[in-house]
Design a protein around this ligand. Sequence first.
Ligand code: NAP
Ligand code: MG
Length: 400
Amino acid sequence: MSKIQMKTPLVEMDGDEMTRILWAEIKEQLLEPFVDLKTEYYDLGLKHRDETNDQVTVDSAKATLKYGVAVKCATITPNAQRVEEYNLKEMWKSPNGTIRAILDGTVFRAPIQVNGVHPTVRTWKKPITIARHAYGDVYKNTEIRVPGAGKAELVFTGTDGKEIRQTIFEFKGPGVIQGLHNLDASITSFAHSCFQYALSVKQDLWFSTKDTISKTYDHRFKDIFAELYENQYKEAFEKAGITYFYTLIDDAVARVVRSEGGFIWACKNYDGDVMSDMIATAFGSLAMMTSVLVSPNGQFEYEAAHGTVTRHYYRYLKGEETSTNPVATIFAWSGALRKRGELDNLPELQAFADRLENATLDTINSGIMTKDLALLYEGEAQAVNSKQFLAAIRERLVQN
Ligand code: NAP
Ligand code: MG
C-alpha cells in the first residue's frame, strides 16, 4: 500500500501527560501507516517550554502564521503546584493564551456526536458550535468596592486632553462598581473569524448580545458584525446557501434549545464561557469536544477541548492501563489533515481524514469505546482501554 503524500507540513505542537502518550500512539497506529506524514515538530511539553523559556510556544505560533494549519496536543497551564512538580524557572503563561494572542484568533468548539449517546436536549440532531470572543469585558475589568456614600463617575480622557464624563451613580451607602472595555479591532477580528469559519464549514451563523439594555456597548458588537456582513460577506453567504442571524441573547437561548442544531453560535466572552459548558455537557462529554482556533487571516489550529487528563496519567505512571478517550485528539488530527488537503488541493488527504473519522465513529457505533463513553451509552457497550480502542479503529481503517 502506498502512503498518501502531503505537500506542506502541518505545524505539530506536542503536549503533556496522558494526551502526550495518546498523541504518540495515534501517530504510530492511525496516521504514519497511511500518510507520509509531514510535520514541523514543536515540543510544547512543559519541560521543554521551561528549557526554552517558553520560546518554543512563540515559535510554534509563528510557524502557524507561516504554514496556516497546526494541530495541538493538550498542554499543562502551570500553577504553583506545577512549578514545584516540574521545578520550573517561572510560572509560564497558558500556551493557548500565548498562541491565541499571536494568531489573534477565535476558538470554535463543537461536539462529536455518536449513535447511542443522546443529547440531553432531545430536539438536537446536529452539533452546535460555540464561538467565544476571547478578549475583554468582565475578563479585563476594574472593580471598586464602594465603602459608603459618594459619587461614581465614568471618565475618559483623550490623548488630546479632552474629557468625556458621565455619572454612574450617586451612592447613599456602600456598594460595588465595575469598569469594562472592549476594542473595535478585537470585535472586528472576532467577526471576521466567525464569518470565515461559517463559510468554511457551510453552516449558519448566529450572534447574540444584549443590545436592548446595553445600547452603546453591546450595540457596538451588533453594528460591527452587521457592517462586515453587509460589506464583505453577504454575497459569499448567499452563494454558500447559509445565513447570518442576529438576535438577543435571551431569545437565542430559547431558540437554541428548540433547534435541531447544526449552526454556529457566536457569543461575547462571558456568554461563550457559560454557554460552551452548557452545550458540552448537554451533548454528552468533554472528551468528545473538538476545538479549533481560527485567525481573522485564515490560519487554523486544531485541538481537543479537554486537558491533559492528569488523573489518568498518574495511574499510567504506576503501570496501569487507562481507558482515556482519544476521540477529540484524533479529530484534531483529522481536522488539520483535511484543512491541509483542502488548501493544498489533495483530495486523497481529505478523503483520509473522512476515513479516519468514520473508522472512529464506526468503532463506537459497533459498541467498542472507552469507559467514559460506555457510561453514557444506551445499548450494549464494551469498555476497553485506550490501546485496544486505537487498535479497533486501526482494524477498521485498514479494511476501508
Ligand atoms: P482534564 O484534563 O480535561 O480532565 C478532567 C477530567 O475529565 C478527567 O480527570 C477525566 O475524568 C475527564 N476527562 C477529560 N478528558 C478525558 C478523556 N479524553 N478521556 C476520559 N476522561 C476524560 O482537565 P483537568 O484535570 O482540569 O486539567 C488537567 C491539565 O490539563 C491541567 O494542567 C490544565 O492546565 C490542562 N488543560 C489544558 C487544556 C488545553 O491544553 N487545551 C485545556 C484544559 C486543561 P475522570 O478522572 O473522572 O475519568
Ligand atoms: Mg468556563
